[in-house]
Design a protein around this ligand. Structure first.
Ligand SMILES: [Fe+2]
Length: 117
């Protein structure tokens, strides 16, 4: 049997169900990005409905991509972390920042924002 990866995303951000509220990563851009200058990108989840960080149910990591290029990963351990990560990013041209997170029970979730410089 072939393994098929499924990446979940919110169907309607204004009307998310409880599973989406717990898992869809949010992206905050600090300030107005300028070409060639570092800016902070914060990715977190569970603002609308907190996600557990327990042994049996937790977020394992948060990844950030620029278009299809991997930028960075924040590994999380249950019990002592909140599912939130801050990345310092430099972009030379407009692109799409894509956040991914993995829940050990509910799989991979994504959200993206277009950045215009
Ligand atoms: Fe979950």
């Amino acid at each position: 049997m072939a393994y098929q990866s499924v990446i979940n995303e919110a169907r309607d951000l204004a009307n998310m169900n409880d599973l989406e509220k717990k898992h869809v990563p949010m992206i905050h851009i600090d300030g107005t990005p300028k070409a060639g200058e570092p800016f902070e990108v914060t990715v977190w989840l569970g603002e609308l409905l907190a996600h557990p960080m327990e042994a049996g149910h937790h977020i394992e990591f948060i990844d950030l991509y620029l278009d299809d290029t991997f930028i960075s990963r924040c590994d999380l351990s249950w019990g002592h972390t909140y599912p939130k990560a801050c990345f310092s990013v430099v972009m030379d041209q407009p692109g799409t920042l894509r956040a991914f997170e993995r829940c050990n029970l509910h799989g991979d979730w994504t959200y993206s924002v277009n950045i215009t410089l």
